[in-house]
Design a protein around this ligand. Structure first.
Ligand code: ATP
Ligand code: MG
Length: 347
């Protein structure tokens, strides 16, 4: 029996990178589970507590949480088959995080790279360095322990994530092992990392960077809620190159063209090689048109569904209440077990 779990932060409207790098793969897992007739459980969540690790506009965050919840469902995750919840609605996760933090080595956390990049520090920054210490909040430094708790609270067996998160899953396994060893029980299993098939979608404006929610340039990304006109316009203005002749996939020398090819491959569910054969004789303009058309088609359903959902907050509330209820049954069981294992059976 497998338990699949993944989350996404409510830090802005979801873009094509989030769609192909995360939610679309959750959707495929969702369909797999449908076929397995209930032999798997799926948990997807809005990682709102994680977004507190960097400064936020809290009024905006409130709105973005709801948008993130609606987007997950709009992208095809079925709330009947999956448990979809806000991380902050499951207080058991943070209770378990406390216990896990007592099994997490500072040395190991110190080697993680994300707290450094989010605090604009160099990769070789260190918590023993005063400059780093002054800049970094405990929550940001300990973020991977909260992530370990996200995963272990639901005893997840498989966690689909992008490459950037695989380091944190190694830490999750480390913490689980350390806990098991200390309490003398094989309570936590090792969760497997499932790397998503679409590695990285690049910015349409500056294809040397990844497409990202935090990028301020609106032309750099396609939002899942964009209209057909906006999609066409953004692809039209996408940065390519001035190399003549056949179109080729060459991330180093032709990142813009290569990104368009990757997007087309992701939409058509074909290999890059196959897409190159299909489009090599296209002009760049024709390639842009083909990608725009494919993306418009792909996002038509999610965009429509998103509009319906976001205009019905009561319904979303009902769904998230249900998600919370289902998630807390499992989370509470784990919390009781964990507390018993650390000598607090009266919990
Ligand atoms: P932020 O800029 O706030 O960090 P983000 O766009 O990077 O936002 P996250 O919420 O950090 O999005 O990531 C959610 C998921 O989307 C992760 O699993 C990540 O691997 C995936 N993802 C994000 N950007 C891309 C991208 N450009 N290409 C492929 N996958 C992506
Ligand atoms: Mg990110």
């Amino acid at each position: 029996r497998s338990t699949i779990l993944s989350g996404i932060q409510p830090t802005g409207t979801f873009h094509l990178g989030n769609y192909f790098g995360a939610i679309k793969s959750w959707h495929d897992l969702n369909n797999l589970v449908k076929k397995s007739e209930g032999n798997s459980s799926l948990y997807f969540f809005v990682a709102d507590l994680h977004s507190l690790t960097v400064p936020q506009d809290y009024q905006m965050l409130q709105k973005q949480r709801l948008e993130a919840y609606a987007s997950i469902i709009a992208c095809g995750i079925d709330p009947q088959l999956s448990t979809i919840y806000y991380q902050s609605c499951i207080p058991e996760i943070t209770s378990i995080q406390w216990v896990l933090s007592c099994f997490s080595s500072m040395g190991y956390l110190n080697r993680m790279t994300q707290w450094k990049s989010k605090a604009n520090l160099k990769d070789n920054a260190n918590v023993s360095d005063e400059n780093a210490l002054g800049k970094v909040k405990l929550g940001l430094f300990g973020y991977p322990v909260l992530m370990a708790s996200d995963v272990l609270t639901f005893r997840a067996t498989h966690v689909p994530v992008g490459q950037d998160q695989s380091q944190h899953l190694e830490l999750t396994r480390e913490v689980a092992q350390s806990f098991n060893k200390s309490v003398g029980s094989k309570y936590f299993n090792d969760p497997h990392t499932l790397l998503t098939p679409t590695k990285k979608i690049l910015s349409l404006k500056n294809p040397l960077k990844k497409m990202s929610k935090s990028d301020k340039e609106p032309l750099s990304k396609i939002f899942i809620t964009d209209s057909a006109n906006e999609i066409t316009k953004k692809f039209n203005k996408a940065t390519t190159d001035s190399i003549e002749g056949k179109l080729t996939f060459d991330l180093e020398n032709r990142p813009g063209v290569s990104n368009l090819i990757s997007i087309l491959a992701a939409v058509k569910n074909k290999s890059i090689e196959q897409i190159v054969i299909d489009v090599e004789d296209f002009s760049k303009k024709e390639l842009k048109e083909a990608v725009a058309e494919a993306v418009i088609n792909e996002l038509e359903e999610p965009a429509k569904k998103y509009k319906e959902l976001i205009s019905n907050p009561e319904y979303l509330q009902k769904l998230s209440d249900l998600g919370t209820e289902k998630a807390r049954i499992v989370a509470n069981r784990t919390l009781k077990d964990v507390m018993r294992l650390v000598g607090m059976s009266s919990y």
